[in-house]
Every structure is written in structure tokens, then in C-alpha cells.
Design a protein around this ligand. Structure first.
Ligand code: HEM
Length: 397
């Protein structure tokens, strides 16, 4: 029997990551891609193939020599694109940066943060708990990651936080033409901040390590590269986690059975966090450049071609995950690619897990029963990154 044509099949041969149909039917399109179209193609810009299956995404992600990051993660970057490092690098320079940055992001290094993180989360929730409603993204999820990052990981003067948050908000959620200028202002801020810290004594924190820098081809790296590294930590560490924790709260609001199960089995919180990241993957897809002729999933790729690794689709691959559409907190193992694969695997994965866990635990402590505000559904914005722009909740007080 012939399969019915699907309204989204047109995306298979004319893929556009910014297509509103993709943004609005995100899960359906991802499921279609991973089950019916292992390799999609986009004709936008120079054109690129999109790999959707878990095994192909893993294969390409692990092989940085053939699938290089040095032309950047953006599929069709604007002319005034600002690079982020170490994301837009290949080994060995990439490895040198990861070696010095990684120690600040291990699960062990982050244990000391948890009490503070819990305190910030509890304070934010206490501001609206008595009101009986909130817009979760603005009232909570857009604030918590920044409080933790800028107070503990990359400590900036507290009085600078409002301006910094404002620009980060514009570059994460603002209209497209406003984003690059806002990103430029964050870059300029970090440049001034690093300059000022370079004149002060060492504090043994991440900023000192960035200022010390690493070697590039036997010489000290440039000052600008250091600013681009700080930018990557800021860029990587905010809107991503904001989206994932909003996804977690959305599931608990819209699937009360999951909320009840989690309240009954708090020991399954780790699985709930991993399911959140798998199904609410904020980094949808990243670009790579093919460095030598190669065949992947039957498709011949020429050196110089661009490809996209669809982390969000691969995280819903039925060959890697049983019943992938279900948010299942009782899974034995959660297999996904939402934190990336290979040398660029997310440096902040343990921090993200901690923040999402703390957010959900503290929310449930103060507001154990809540629901979506009737007549509302979250609004998303999608491209290579996906963000939930708002999530209206209500509860009895
Ligand atoms: C749920 C939250 C998060 C998700 C799903 C996520 C996802 C990712 C993914 C998929 C990559 C790999 C990109 C590639 O393959 O090219 C990545 C890289 C990165 N992430 Fe995250 N991220 C999250 C949170 C964070 C946090 C909290 C931080 C830091 C504070 C962070 C910092 C970075 C950095 C610096 C990189 C570049 C690593 C490299 O190139 O070696 N991320 N992230």
C-alpha cells in the first residue's frame, strides 16, 4: 500500500531550518525526517545535506578530520557573523582550549554550586508563587541560568547584570535584525570585562584561565580568541538551558500523569532531566564542512561540501530509543545526541543538568500542582537553535 503523502515531505528535498512550518510542527517534522528521510537536502545558501539518523550523526560528529568545525557551526552565517570558540575550531587548538576549560565544568566541580543555585531558584519562584500564575520563561527560566553563570562561573560585577541580561535577551529572543548587534554588544562587554580583569590579581577562576590563554601552533593565542572563548561560554550557557527547563515545566503542566509520577518517584528526576534534554533539544542542528570525499548513508559528499548534524532528530530515532516520542521517566537508559557528539560535546552538560534538576525540584516544592493557562500553548522560535518564547501557567492559591 502506498503511504499517504505528508504535507511536510516537501521539507525533505527543500529543507529550510527556519521554515515556519518546521517551527510550528517541530516534533512531527523531526519524526518524519528520522523515519522517512535519513538525509534531507537544503538548497539555501551554498546548500547542505542534513543527517537525521542517530548512527550517521554519531559517525560524522566523532570524525572531526573529515567533518570539520573550523568554518563555523552556522549553516548560512550572516556576513557580520561573530565566531565562538572553541565551538568553531578543530583539534589540536580546540583540544588545547578544552583541556584548560573542562576542569571548571565537571560534575564534581559543580557540586559546590548547588546550594546557591537552589537559593536563586527558590527566590525567583517565591516572587510569583502567591500570585497563582506566571509566564515561566520571563519570570524564571530566562533568569536562573544567567544568575548562576554570571555569579559563579564567569563572575561579572553585579551592577552590570541588567544591561548584560537585556542584550542577551535580545540576541536570544529578539527580532532577527536586532540579534547580531546585541551579540556585538555582548562581545564588546566581555572584551572590556576581560581587559579590566587582566589588570587585577588572579582569582583562580575561569576568567583567569581564559586570560592565560593557550598556545596556537607554538605561539600564545591572540587576545581576540580569548574574548571569543568567553563569548562561547555565555552563548552556550543561557538560552539553551532556558529552553530545556521550560520544556520540563511544560511537560509537567500538560501531562499531569508525569508530574504525579515524578512527585511519587523523585529518584527518577535524573531520567526526567535527560528526557527533557532529549525531547526539548535547544541545539537543533550544527554545521560541519567535509574535508575529504566521503560517502555517508549512501550519499556521496565532496570535499568542501557543508552538512548539518540534526541532533534533535537523531534524539528521536526509533533505532536508538524505544518509543522515542514518549517522555518516559522510567527508562533504564536515555540515549540521545542533544548535547552533541565527539570533541565538541557540550562542555556545560553537567551544569545544564544541575540547573534543570534544581529548577524542577524547587518549582514542585512551592507549586506542586499547576497547569497551562487555558487557551494558551507555548510559543517557539526555531532555527538552528530552538527557544520557547513564553509559557503561561496557572495554579490555585
Ligand atoms: C540543556 C542545555 C544545553 C544543551 C542541550 C547544549 C547543547 C550543546 C551542543 C549540542 C553542543 C555541541 C555543538 C557541536 O556539536 O558543534 C554544545 C557545545 C557547547 N556548549 Fe552546550 N548545551 C547546553 C548548555 C550549556 C551550558 C550550560 C554551557 C556553559 C555554561 C554550554 C557551553 C557550551 C560550549 C562552550 C560549547 C562548545 C564546546 C566545544 O566546541 O568544544 N552549554 N552544547
Amino acid at each position: 500500500m502506498m503511504q499517504d503523502p505528508d504535507p511536510f515531505d516537501r521539507l525533505h528535498q527543500a529543507f529550510d531550518i527556519a521554515d515556519p512550518a518546521f517551527a510550528e510542527n517541530f516534533e512531527k517534522v523531526l519524526d518524519n525526517l528520522v523515519t522517512r528521510c535519513p538525509v534531507a537536502h537544503s538548497e539555501l545558501g551554498a546548500g547542505y545535506h542534513v543527517f537525521n539518523r542517530y548512527k550517521d550523526v554519531r559517525r560524522c560528529g566523532q570524525n572531526w578530520r573529515t567533518f570539520s568545525s573550523s568554518d563555523g557551526w552556522m549553516l548560512n552565517p550572516p556576513a557580520d557573523n561573530i565566531k565562538i570558540l572553541p565551538e568553531d575550531l578543530d583539534p589540536p587548538y580546540h583540544t588545547a582550549w578544552r583541556r584548560v576549560l573542562n576542569p571548571f565544568f565537571t560534575a564534581e566541580a559543580l557540586v559546590a554550586l548547588e546550594d546557591n543555585a537552589r537559593g536563586y531558584a527558590a527566590d525567583l519562584i517565591a516572587r510569583f508563587a502567591g500570585r497563582g500564575n506566571c509566564e515561566f520563561v520571563a519570570d524564571f527560566a530566562a533568569q536562573l541560568p544567567g544568575l548562576i553563570l554570571f555569579k559563579h562561573i564567569l563572575p561579572v560585577p553585579v551592577e552590570d547584570l541588567p544591561e548584560l541580561f537585556n542584550d542577551i535577551d535580545i540576541y536570544s529572543f529578539g527580532s532577527l535584525p536586532d540579534r547580531t548587534p546585541a551579540f556585538g554588544r555582548v562581545y564588546a562587554y566581555l572584551q572590556r570585562f576581560l581587559e579590566s580583569r587582566s589588570k587585577q590579581g588572579a582569582r583562580g577562576d575561569l576568567v583567569d584561565v581564559i586570560l592565560d590563554g593557550v598556545e596556537k601552533e607554538g605561539s600564545p593565542c591572540s587576545w581576540h580568541d580569548k574574548v571569543h572563548v568567553a563569548l562561547d561560554v555565555v552563548f552556550g550557557g543561557l538560552a539553551t538551558t532556558t529552553h530545556a527547563m521550560s520544556g520540563a515545566i511544560y511537560v509537567l503542566a500538560s501531562q499531569p500523569e508525569v508530574r504525579h509520577a515524578l512527585l511519587k518517584h523523585p529518584e527518577q528526576m535524573h531520567t526526567a532531566v535527560e528526557e527533557t534534554v532529549r525531547l526539548y533539544a535547544p541545539v537543533v542542528a550544527v554545521g560541519r564542512t567535509v574535508r575529504n570525499d566521503v560517502k555517508v548513508a549512501g550519499v556521496a559528499l565532496k570535499a568542501g561540501a557543508r552538512i548539518a548534524l540534526n541532533y534533535a532528530a537523531a534524539s528521536r530515532d526509533p533505532d536508538a530509543c524505544t518509543n522515542p516520542r514518549k517522555f518516559d521517566i522510567a527508562r533504564d537508559e536515555v540515549v540521545h545526541t542533544a548535547f552533541g557528539v565527539g570533541p565538541h560535546r557540550c562542555i556545560g552538560e553537567h551544569l545544564a543538568r544541575l540547573e534543570i534538576r534544581v529548577a524542577v525540584e524547587e518549582f514542585l516544592k512551592q507549586i506542586p500542582a499547576f497547569e497551562l493557562k487555558p487557551g494558551t500553548e507555548p510559543v517557539y522560535e526555531s532555527g538552528q537553535l530552538r527557544t520557547m518564547k513564553n509559557l503561561h501557567l496557572q495554579w490555585a492559591v
